[in-house]
Design a protein around this ligand. Structure first.
Ligand SMILES: *Cc1c(COP(=O)(O)O)cnc(C)c1O
Length: 497
């Protein structure tokens, strides 16, 4: 299908081309020209045939690729997942299911999209006949970086460089990135926060001199961040799959509404749920759960998006974000696809750091979205209580979704069944999880993992234990204004290979 830029209705591309470009030349994000409509009966059948079948079905609604290619992409993407269901559901009680998205190679939900993206890119290179290879620049708040490198490592005709905030990721996240193998990967720490890294990457995409240098080296830029259309669509699949599975096991009846509670940072994950709803999935409320960086809570409450605020480092670092990129795609739908209006808001955001939604639109968005946040203490409490009550261990990001779901139910009395989105394995954050469960503190992440395993009788995933002995291959760190020369250095390296 065709996609258009959120900032210019005239800027149109094929979905395959959009995956290769990552972001529109005007700085906008690519969105589908229209939402295909979901045939729920077909979706139930596909889901029963397996996650890969359903995923290929959803991808095929957006990408003009043949059936065999689609199945190959889906099967390849989820081959390394440790659970045969890919996205297993864990019932806490009759109306709450944990939707576990962390069984991929890097133990975070990012794998669902980032194992599919390189395969989609390969198919897009073949389909469009693009001659240049693809150079991916990506900012990460912790999990994207590792998942993107794991997806792209040694994939022909691609190279990837990742920038992460030096003091803004967990010890395990940092080690996961520093030990990544592959001739076509590079990792660089930035002395700043995630927004600095993300802004730096966006500026480099717009830097003409750099673009020329990249082209001369035989590459074109793309992104593996959730602004890439190719990340969004694979994420739609797990919302449809979860719905179908809950119908199959009798938790809901076909056609009943289902709520989703999503721990949110860059608004990519929850936006995929919104897209599923636009396609016809019976969604009740989308609960947007934030940590202390509650810019989205305030936005849904007051209609004002204001990034001028204190930045908090929390135990859910992948949500420590003040500029939530994918919100732009929601704004586009809200104002009935008025790209001029979106441009005004985005210009206000970059000039003044804020913009305001008119009251009628704020009322409109609140029909679908409910937003709240939780403090660090709330997060610890959720981990402790859910473990004590259900013997179920959650990572801090997931805990935010569960805590905010509780707040939602108390505030509204809405008892609709809900899937809470579980985005990371708790062993990615062993110190905070251990402290939350039983008050033990240790400075060493591996010690914490060991203690956590002993206390909770759960096992440490091999991807975590192996980090202890894997050689560190990357230790490059730069100031904010050093990102450009880091890319130039990487280009030199690629040219020599
Ligand atoms: C990226 C991430 C999030 C936030 O997802 P967005 O799509 O950025 O809203 C939540 N939890 C974990 C573990 C993540 O890695």
């Amino acid at each position: 299908m065709q996609v258009v830029s959120t900032r210019d209705a005239e800027c149109r591309r094929s979905a395959e081309q959009a995956v290769l470009e990552g972001i529109a030349p005007d700085g906008g994000l690519f969105v589908p020209e229209l939402f295909p409509s979901l045939d729920l009966t077909a979706a139930y059948n596909k889901a029963n045939a397996g996650y890969q079948q359903l995923c290929a079905y959803i991808l095929g609604m957006y990408f003009d690729l043949d059936g065999q290619t689609l199945i190959r992409i889906a099967e390849g993407a989820y081959a390394e997942f440790s659970d045969p269901h890919v996205v297993p559901l864990h019932k806490l009680d009759g109306r709450t299911a944990m939707m576990e998205l962390y069984h991929g190679p890097t133990l975070a939900f990012k794998d669902l999209a980032l194992q599919a993206l390189p395969r989609l890119m390969k198919a897009a290179l073949a389909k469009t006949g693009q001659k240049e290879n693809v150079l991916i620049l990506t900012a990460t708040s912790g999990d994207t970086g590792k998942a993107a490198m794991a997806g792209f490592a040694d994939v022909e005709r691609t190279a990837i460089q990742v920038f992460y905030p030096e003091y803004g990721v967990s010890a395990m996240q940092k080690l996961q990135m520093a030990t990544q193998e592959g001739v076509n990967v590079a990792v660089c720490a930035v002395n700043g926060n995630f927004d600095d890294a993300q802004t730096g990457v966006k500026q480099m995409f717009e830097d003409r001199t750099l673009r020329d240098a990249v082209r001369k080296a035989g590459y074109s830029f793309s992104s593996a961040n959730s602004i890439n259309f190719g990340r969004l669509i694979p994420q739609v699949a797990y919302y449809v799959y979860t719905y179908a599975k809950l119908v199959a096991d009798g938790t809901i009846k076909a056609g009943d509404k289902l709520n989703f509670s999503v721990p949110t940072g860059n608004f990519g994950n929850i936006l995929a749920a919104y897209y599923a709803m636009k396609m016809g999935l019976p969604v009740g409320k989308l609960i947007c759960a934030s940590n202390s960086n509650n810019v989205l809570t305030e936005f849904f409450e007051s209609g004002v998006y204001d990034k001028n605020r204190t930045f908090f480092k929390t135990m859910s670092p992948s949500m420590d974000i003040l500029i939530s990129s994918n919100l732009e795609r929601l704004l586009f739908e809200l104002c009935e696809r008025d790209s001029k209006q979106v441009r005004v808001w985005m210009d206000d955001l970059s000039d003044k750091g804020s913009y305001r939604l008119p009251d009628p639109l704020r009322e409109e968005v609140r029909k679908t979205f409910y937003a709240d946040f939780c403090t660090e203490e709330d997060t610890r409490e959720a981990i402790r209580n859910i473990y004590a009550q259900y013997d179920y261990l959650m990572d801090p990001h997931t805990a935010v979704a569960v805590q905010v779901l509780g707040k939602y139910r108390r505030a509204t009395g809405d008892d609709t069944p809900c899937a809470a989105v579980s985005t990371a394995n708790p062993y990615k954050f062993p110190q905070d999880v251990l402290f939350s469960v039983n008050g033990e503190r240790t400075d060493d992440a591996f010690n914490a993992a060991q203690r956590l395993s002993e206390c909770t009788h759960t096992s440490i995933p091999p991807q975590i234990s192996e980090l202890k002995t894997k050689p560190v291959l990357h230790n490059h760190a730069v100031e904010k204004d050093g990102m450009l020369s880091a890319v130039q250095g990487f280009l030199d390296r690629l040219r020599k290979e």
